[in-house]
Ligand binder design. Structure first.
Ligand SMILES: Nc1ncnc2c1ncn2[C@@H]1O[C@H](COP(=O)(O)OP(=O)(O)OP(=O)(O)O)[C@@H](O)[C@H]1O
Ligand SMILES: [Mg+2]
Length: 138
């Protein structure tokens, strides 16, 4: 464990920590509690799935984990970094492909999309070539 992660408060081997995380959309009379306060700790190496009927709040949870929307209650830590307070460190710990049509640029090839998003994520030179060796562009 790196020192700054220790200071940021990683509990054990947890890489994703939700603490009382919840979301209410809307204002006044027109509010909807999409996610009731939820606490969850995901250890390193564990694969989990969020299951639930349409409208259960799965995407809302993923968006809060990724820092794309602000929680109404609670907090998220990624690799020990708080998404609200240490945003740039926190979001660097994750990658996400969300549902919908705005995740990739259709005029570009799959490989060009990987290069583009890899560079946005900070991949440079040798790292890109290393990543390239893992897949073959068409
Ligand atoms: N931006 C928003 N403003 C208001 N209400 C929203 C917003 N986004 C989602 N909701 C509502 O919050 C609830 C949870 O939505 P969410 O998209 O998180 O569910 P989901 O589990 O991902 O559903 P699905 O399985 O259909 O993808 C739903 O009632 C939805 O209509
Ligand atoms: Mg969804």
């Amino acid at each position: 464990m790196r020192e700054e992660q220790h200071q940021a408060g990683v509990h054990g081997d947890a890489v994703i920590e939700l603490s009382g995380l919840g979301k209410r959309y809307g204002h006044g009379k027109h509010t909807l509690t999409a996610v009731k306060p939820t606490t969850l700790s995901v250890p390193r190496g564990q694969v989990i799935g969020l299951l639930g009927p349409n409208g259960a709040g799965k995407t809302t949870i993923i968006k809060m984990i990724g820092g794309l929307i602000t929680p109404t209650w609670g907090s998220v830590k990624l690799g020990g970094y708080d998404v609200a307070r240490q945003r740039s460190h926190a979001v660097r710990q994750i990658g996400a492909v969300l549902e919908g049509s705005r995740n990739v640029y259709w005029p570009m090839s799959a490989w060009e999309n990987l290069l583009y998003f890899g560079q946005l994520k900070g991949l440079r030179g040798a790292e890109i070539n290393h990543a390239r060796s893992g897949c073959s562009p068409s």
